[in-house]
Design a protein around this ligand. Structure first.
Ligand code: PLP
Length: 415
């Protein structure tokens, strides 16, 4: 796998070589995996990294003063440095390990949110948010008597940016926005939006769960106040999440969970918190998961995030063209591949998404059916559920053709 980015010229060759790095495809012949939006498969280097931790280095982190504990702590902290570099954070102190994006956003809502949102304040969310970037803010608003307002999504699957502009008032304290929608595939122009919000002194929380795995993300360039994502959606083990926040905000925030590992000193009556980021990491973390994430970052970096995005752009172009040839199929997101990722949620006349999922599974195609944790968005679209095919670096052009052939077969059965 080493130096794939340099060694292999064409994207087709890259994808074919990449597929071989994932044991799941060897062990499930003919599998067309189109549910990476939920969680991705893992390359052998990541599986091996986790195995190696258990076999060679395992001990609790930041506690022991013996060699093994020092080794595992070092590997664990190396991942933090890799994450900071991967998203161009200005310091690894800005990287907090949680258990997923959901926990990262809850941490924020119940610390920064509880201390900074007051009665009558407005929290702006968009209609395309995953429940993870919606319900923590709604729950906070309920407790604080704050107001939630929605930025609408237009018929073409893009945010209504004029409406967003008009909603950015001085009463708004936070804007919570997805970098890329997990249903529509829409990539929002967050850099411009953040700049506008900052002019009104509004903090911005960006949900990057569908962004960081698919294209280069530069936090210093974006200037987001808060940013969250999930390593399990980018080849890493499950059970690890990332919360990024600006250093001065993290310094001012209270801890979320309290207990072991996050303190500097505890007396019978009092406690002093550890410095950031440790102040936000109470209890034993997912040591092997974090170290495995380090291996995933190395793998993605060796392929190159620009190459991955290029590949997915090509997939998007072909998928939009081929899916539009299936009679009665309607795609929910933007119909052009500009500022759009390789996630396609669709409905097919006369076929319930759950029946669709079962029938595609019979043809060895794994896709997702339902509301994809974005129920209000589906309500706005006037549908209950969709079928979602989401692609990643190991998916080939052939996977699109297999999906389209299978959809035509389903269509015939339901005629
Ligand atoms: N945000 C978006 C856009 C997502 O797609 C997802 C997962 O599908 C999440 C948040 C939640 O991620 P997790 O389940 O890892 O907390």
């Amino acid at each position: 796998m080493s130096n794939l980015g340099e060694q292999i010229k064409t994207m087709k060759k890259i994808t074919t070589a990449i597929k071989k790095d994932f044991p799941i495809f060897k062990n499930n012949k003919g599998l067309v995996f189109l549910d990476s939006g939920a969680s991705t498969q893992k390359p052998k280097v990541v599986i091996d990294a986790v195995k190696e931790v258990y076999e060679k280095h395992y001990a609790n982190v930041h506690r022991g003063i013996y060699k093994l504990s020092e080794q595992s702590s070092e590997l664990y902290e190396q991942t933090r440095e890799k994450v900071a570099k991967f998203i161009n954070a200005s310091s690894e102190k800005q990287i907090i390990f949680t258990k997923n994006t959901t926990e990262s956003i809850n941490l924020l809502a119940f610390t920064w949110g509880m201390d900074n949102i007051k009665k009558g304040d407005i929290i702006l969310v968009t209609e395309m948010e995953h429940h993870a970037n919606l319900l923590p803010w709604r729950e906070l608003a309920k407790r604080k008597k704050a107001i939630i307002k929605y930025v609408p999504v237009k018929k073409n699957g893009r945010l209504d940016l004029n409406k967003l502009d008009s909603l950015l008032s001085s009463k708004v304290k936070l804007l919570a926005i997805a970098h890329m929608s997990n249903v529509l595939g829409t990539i929002n122009p967050v850099k411009k939006i953040i700049a506008k919000a900052h002019k009104k002194k509004i903090k911005v929380m960006v949900d990057g769960a569908q962004a960081v795995p698919h294209f280069p993300v530069d936090l210093q360039d974006l200037d987001a106040d808060f940013y969250a994502f999930s390593p399990h959606k980018m080849l890493a083990p499950s059970g690890v999440g990332i919360l990024y926040a600006k250093e001065e905000i993290l310094e001012s925030m209270n801890p979320f969970l309290v207990g072991g590992g996050m303190i500097a000193n505890v007396t019978h009556q009092d406690a002093e918190w550890n410095e950031i980021p440790f102040k936000f990491e109470a209890g034993t973390p997912n040591i092997e998961g974090v170290i495995g994430f380090g291996a995933a970052i190395d793998y993605l970096s060796s392929v190159g995030m620009k190459n991955i995005f290029k590949h997915e752009q090509k997939i998007t172009k072909i998928a939009l063209r081929e899916l539009s040839k299936v009679e009665g199929l309607k795609i929910m997101g933007p119909s052009d591949n500009k500022d759009r990722g390789a996630v396609f949620s669709f409905v097919l006349n006369g076929v319930h998404p759950h029946d669709m999922a079962t029938m595609l599974d019979e043809q060895n195609i794994a896709i997702r059916a339902g509301h994809h944790c974005a129920q209000p968005l589906h309500q706005s679209l006037g549908i209950e559920a969709t079928t979602r095919a989401s692609f990643y670096l190991y998916n080939t052009e052939e996977d699109i053709y297999k999906l389209v052939r299978a959809l035509k077969k389903v269509k015939k059965i339901f005629k």
